[in-house]
Design a protein around this ligand. Structure first.
Ligand code: SF4
Length: 444
């Protein structure tokens, strides 16, 4: 590293893998490191140490994590590993015995201790080294807001409760103060995340905590309403479809939260859902979705599904395709079942052969593409609020209220004046593809 003065700050290269929840953990670690005087390096070669925040959910994610650790070791040599894969350190040690330390998810203090030991901080921390809202690894106009850790469900394909423990919610006042700081620092869109957003507060018995001149209960609806009063877009992710979720549709109708629900349904057939230990009332789900759409006609539904779950028959899979069509799921991610080590579902009989799984995956994607294209076509001719993520020579690339960053579609916007990143423009939609839209900014 080039010395720039008598006390050059140590430089850390940070790799963040995995889901938005892991990204929030990374942001917290990076914020602490910056507060302690560390600087960030864009390359491993120019850093004093590399921290790799791993994802260990699926075997493919584990492989990606192990590759990232290997690259960091080859390019730098000093590597600290944290995150979900750190909950089972033996795999990491077997592949890469040279890593300096391994810590598990949310073990912020242990990661920092490992960094301090390998590369001591250059000087005492000054709080003003970090902006009040912390260091965001996402662009400044949107930010992820983590409202709880862990999960008290026990879906049979999932080892997250084993890795991260049962649900632990943050007090509502604390979440709201973080959100308020983000908004005053320029964040225009808050992406609410957790493992199970609608279970928020159960572990706290919904206890109220101080907020502004009064109090706010640690309840999904109370928190969503209070977030909706901060003046930013509020997007709800990982909403498990408990009955009280219906109440959030009123907040959408009032314009307090975005008309968007990310609900991981995982399947539609009652038997498969039972084997997954998910709620199995698909009939009721369809009726509820119809009622939601009647209440909020521009509601966008995003979901994720697993194909090839152990014992999935052709008829059960056909139920899933029919559900996609009937529920008109706007955006859907599809995963082929992977036997994650330690997941109870691995014990179930009837493993689905890889070629059957691949064929079902293709049929799922073809059906989903048709539904998505049909839903998007209805937007042609309408005016949509579009948040601009990126400026281009022709205008910009943005997203409607129905599109989350990184996982959903985009809008290519033509504009006669320069657009700004983070601005919310009114756009007349002129064309629709299977996943994305195009249109022209209006009103100037
Ligand atoms: S709700 Fe999500 S995190 Fe919790 S056990 Fe089920 S799949 Fe895992």
């Amino acid at each position: 590293m080039a010395e720039t003065g008598p006390k050059a700050a140590p430089r850390i290269s940070f790799v963040s893998l995995g889901c938005p929840k892991a990204l929030v953990d990374s942001e917290r670690i990076v914020t602490r490191l910056r507060a302690e005087g560390y600087e960030l390096s864009k390359t491993h070669a120019g850093a004093d140490l590399v921290v790799v925040n791993t994802c260990g959910f699926l075997d493919s994610a584990k492989a990606e994590s192990l590759n990232a650790i290997g690259e960091a070791l080859a390019e730098n040599g000093k590597v600290v590993v944290t995150g979900c894969m750190g909950a089972e350190p033996e795999d990491i040690r077997a592949a890469h015995p040279g890593v300096l330390a391994i810590t598990g998810p949310q073990q912020y203090e242990s990661v920092l201790a490992a960094v301090h030991e390998a590369v001591p901080p250059a000087h005492d921390p000054f709080l003003d080294l970090v902006p009040a809202q912390g260091v965001k690894l996402t662009p400044r106009h949107y930010a992820y807001l983590k409202i709880s850790e862990g999960c008290s469900n026990r879906c049979t394909f999932c080892i997250i409760p084993h890795l991260r423990g049962d649900l632990v919610s943050r007090p509502a006042g604390e979440v709201l103060r973080e959100a308020e700081k983000l908004v005053s620092a320029g964040v225009k869109e808050l992406l609410v995340i957790s493992q199970d957003t609608s279970a928020y507060g159960q572990d706290l018995r919904y206890a109220a905590s101080p907020w502004r001149d009064g109090e706010v209960a640690a309840r999904f609806l109370d928190l969503s309403r209070a977030l909706g009063e901060l003046g930013a877009w509020v997007r709800l992710h990982y909403v498990y479809p408990y009955p009280h979720v219906d109440g959030v549709l009123d907040l959408m109708a009032e314009g307090k939260v975005l008309p968007y629900l990310d609900i991981p349904f995982q399947h539609a057939n009652a038997e498969v859902l039972r084997r997954m230990k998910r709620p199995a009332a698909t009939e009721k789900t369809l009726a509820r979705i119809a009622a939601w759409r009647a209440r909020v006609p521009d509601l966008t539904l995003r979901s994720t599904f697993i194909v090839g779950f152990p014992g999935e028959t052709e008829a059960e899979f056909a139920d899933l395709l029919a559900f996609l069509e009937e529920a008109e799921i706007d955006r859907a991610g599809c995963f082929k079942y992977e036997p994650v080590r330690g997941a109870p579902a691995n014990e179930l009989p009837g493993a689905v052969p890889a070629e059957v799984m691949a064929e079902r995956y293709d049929r799922f994607m073809r059906t989903q593409q048709k539904v998505s294209a049909r839903r998007l076509k209805r937007k042609v001719g309408t005016r949509q609020q579009v948040i601009i993520d990126q400026v281009t020579p022709a205008g910009g690339i943005g997203r409607t209220r129905g599109d989350a960053p990184e996982i959903d579609g985009t809008v290519s916007v033509s504009a006669r004046r320069p657009l700004r990143v983070g601005e919310i423009a009114t756009v007349k939609i002129e064309a629709a593809g299977p996943y994305d839209l195009a249109g022209t900014a209006v009103g100037f």
